[in-house]
Design a protein around this ligand. Structure first.
Ligand code: BGC
Length: 737
């Protein structure tokens, strides 16, 4: 035997003996996840551990190739699975197998007030992610709606922490059953797009805990989210992606989060903070981590080469590396290395049905003096549809939530299918969806489109106006905020002139944000639609024609004027913030504190244009006499609130019963009332159902900054039961002792 052969035999004996003495626990999916993590860590070099902690592609972070531990493949999120993007630049890859279902935007999901639909959403989008081989879906988003100017509100779940908390949990639970992690975003205080990368938010602890954190806490503790995305902005002078208080004290310390913290793309700014303040994976918009494109430079990321050097020099303890690598390995075992996950499905009939079911329940009937629903039997009715949104692909644009859809039913097509006799006029145009940019539409163009539409309106029996916002820059779009509260492209003038030409006008706007309605008194019906995705036209047409009885309720208030909101009445320091003279150092104070949305409007006795929780139906619901199992609540106890609801109209429909708590005796300022529970109930004509709500002391509490804990002050509270925040049907006293 020559020397070489002897050496090979000796080497294989060694390899075999290594494998025999050290069971590969990390590969054993019957072993406990923490044992797998420990085993994998024990086999890895420091370089391999560091490689787990940063991007090595636009939407991928590394595994451990030597050990057969796969990478993590990520995708936006949150309304469907985004088309494939090139490995190392931002162009779409041009694949032909990545067209997906567009699910309704999260604002729309929130407007359903139906947690079962949230579960269906999570399940369906999870199956699409799975089919596309994704391990982490970048969503859902639960930043609170603080101002209607925020360009990204359409990706979030409204202004109320109770609504957002209840709705986010089933989405995450069902999504993750597919072996796909939710990445809840953007943690925390990313409530505007202007200066999003730098603005330093100053907010009271009370507002933080009562308004801005609850939905994230629910996502982590009840939803069991496997990952969370840090926000771009700063809080207390530190970027949220490596913010000690947010990530170490609150997320891991107070909430016990065991998943991975992922940066927003380009959201890391400092190796020391990233090392020490709880960040696990650094993703980037560009290959040098931040602002400009360079050659393959992922090694330059803050959590790559510089972190490794700091570890070697003893600046950062090894414990930080092991903790981060453990968090990422846990995420890998739950997702990419999960052998028991389903295969998923893409753009399937089931997913279209799911998208339709969600969209059907999302549309909000805001005003109806009897013109709706339209009768499809009246085939000789001359219908004029006006508005760019009737024909526009609203799945395109808006930033990272942009979707390439396999199918899309526009409102115009769907209405034509139902009525045949439909004419169309654009009325206005808006230009292309361009991130951070906008097309300026010449005045003569707007004038001639408006005049054409108004002329046609005079000859029609009914005008259906389908406008609103869209996903262009400075509208409902990431990276910029809206410039004004009014509808853009002179739609106010257009709607007013259309209404003057034809009083039978239905305004059915599509947006993810509130807007002014100077024409409200001139029109007999207003329908609020949202970015409803693939099935938008079908759902809108079914609501307008009464095949679907509307049951959506607003997840945020429509103030009459922007200044009615405390976020705006306090001036620039509150929104959008102020800078130094050279434009640097943007910062802001949340002077509105806990008085966000209806909490502020009610405290200031300002009537909204459309209240939070509002939504009409084609039938009529009557609330019966509510009762409490007992009128006194004590610490650790609970009482049951019972509310009978009847459908006294002629159509089947669904009502959202909302329970608000009012604390009239508090020693600290509190909102007039706050949503604490809700339930959606489906009733046939003549049917009555009785709803039960568990009321416990946590629903009466406020966050006491001095003790850093929730506090209930003994005394009388009121439970207000209603169909919106301003339509309260009954009040019951409840004493806390
Ligand atoms: C957005 C994130 C998104 C990421 C990846 C960022 O600009 O803020 O929400 O998930 O890009 O596309």
């Amino acid at each position: 035997m020559n020397l070489f052969v002897k050496a090979v035999i000796a080497f294989s004996a060694l390899t075999i003996s290594v494998q025999q003495t050290s069971a590969q626990v990390y590969l054993d999916d019957t072993a406990a996840i923490e044992d797998r993590v420990d085993d994998a860590l024990s086999r890895m070099t420091a370089e391999e551990k560091v490689a787990l902690l940063h991007a090595y592609g636009k939407f991928a972070s590394s595994g451990v190739p030597r050990l057969g531990i796969p990478q993590l493949m990520m995708s936006d999120g949150p309304h469907g699975v985004r088309a494939e993007i090139n490995w190392n630049d931002w162009k779409y890859a041009g694949w032909t197998c990545d067209s997906a279902t567009a699910f309704p935007a999260l604002t729309a999901l929130a407007a359903t007030w139906n947690p079962e639909l949230s579960a269906l959403y999570g399940k369906s989008v999870g199956e699409e992610a799975r089919y596309r081989g994704k391990d982490v879906l970048l969503g859902p988003g639960v930043n609170i709606y603080r101002t209607p100017l925020n360009g990204r509100n359409f990706e979030y779940m409204g202004e109320d922490p109770c609504l957002a908390s209840v709705m986010v949990v089933p989405y995450i639970q069902e999504l993750q059953k597919n072996g796909v992690a939710a990445c809840v975003k953007h943690f925390a205080l990313n409530n505007q797009e202007q200066w999003r990368g730098e603005v330093d938010v100053n907010v009271s602890d009370r507002a933080l805990y009562e308004i801005y954190l609850p939905a994230f806490m629910a996502a982590v503790q009840q939803g069991g989210a496997w990952s969370i995305m840090g926000a771009y902005n700063k809080y207390q002078g530190e970027h949220a992606c490596h913010n000690h208080r947010l990530l170490v004290d609150i997320l891991r310390g107070e909430w016990g989060f065991d998943g991975a913290v992922i940066t927003d793309w380009g959201g890391a700014h400092d190796t020391g903070e990233a090392a020490l303040n709880g960040l696990d994976i650094e993703m980037g918009s560009y290959t040098n981590g931040l602002t400009s494109e360079s050659k393959f430079g992922y090694d330059d990321y803050y959590l790559a080469g510089p972190y490794l050097a700091g570890l070697r020099d003893g600046i950062y303890p090894d414990s930080t590396l092991n903790a981060k690598a453990a968090n990422v390995l846990r995420l890998i075992f739950r997702t990419s290395m999960n052998r028991n996950k389903p295969y998923g499905a893409l753009a399937s009939p089931e997913h279209y049905n799911a998208a339709k079911a969600i969209a059907d329940e999302a549309v909000v009937l805001m005003k109806n003096s009897g013109i709706l629903p339209l009768d499809t039997a009246a085939q000789d009715m001359k219908i004029l549809v006006v508005g760019e949104n009737a024909i526009r692909n609203l799945n395109e644009g808006g930033g990272s939530s942009d979707l390439k859809v396999k199918d899309m039913f526009t409102p115009l097509e769907s209405l034509q299918k139902r009525f045949g006799n439909v004419t169309y006029a654009k009325g206005y145009i808006s230009g292309r969806p361009r991130y951070g940019k906008e097309d300026i539409i010449p005045q003569p163009v707007l004038d001639s489109l408006r005049n054409e539409a108004v002329g046609l309106a005079r000859k029609a029996d009914v005008v259906i106006y389908i406008g609103g916002l869209n996903k262009n820059g400075f509208q409902d779009c990431e990276s910029t905020d809206r410039r004004e509260y009014n509808l853009p492209w002179q739609q106010d003038m257009l709607i007013s002139e259309l209404a003057a030409a034809n009083p039978n006008i239905i305004v059915a706007n599509i947006s993810g944000n509130a807007y002014a309605m100077p024409w409200l008194d001139q029109v007999p019906a207003v329908v609020q639609s949202w970015y409803l995705g693939t099935m938008i036209g079908e759902s809108m047409a079914d609501v307008l024609t009464g095949k679907v009885n509307p049951s959506g309720h607003l997840p945020f208030s429509f103030p009459a004027r922007l200044e009615d909101l405390r976020a705006h009445s306090a001036g620039a320091i509150s929104y959008p913030g102020v800078t130094d003279a050279d434009g640097s150092n943007p910062r802001q104070e949340y002077t509105d504190d806990i008085f966000v949305g209806y909490r502020g409007l009610e405290r200031d006795s300002i009537s909204p244009l459309m209240p939070f929780g509002h939504g009409l139906s084609y039938t009529t619901f009557e609330f019966g006499e509510p009762s409490l199992s007992q009128s006194v609540l004590t610490e650790g106890g609970n009482v049951t609130l019972t509310v009978p609801v009847s459908n006294i109209g002629r159509r089947a429909g669904a009502e959202v019963v909302q329970v608000y708590v009012a604390d009239g005796h508090s020693s600290v300022p509190r909102p007039v009332k706050e949503l604490k529970a809700f339930s959606k109930v489906y009733l046939n004509p003549g049917q009555t159902k009785t709803l039960h709500f568990d009321i416990d002391p946590s629903m009466l509490a406020y966050f006491d900054e001095s003790t850093h804990s929730w506090k209930v002050e003994p005394g009388r509270f009121d439970l207000l039961i209603g169909s919106s925040s301003t339509d309260i049907r009954a009040t019951l006293p409840l004493n806390y002792r």
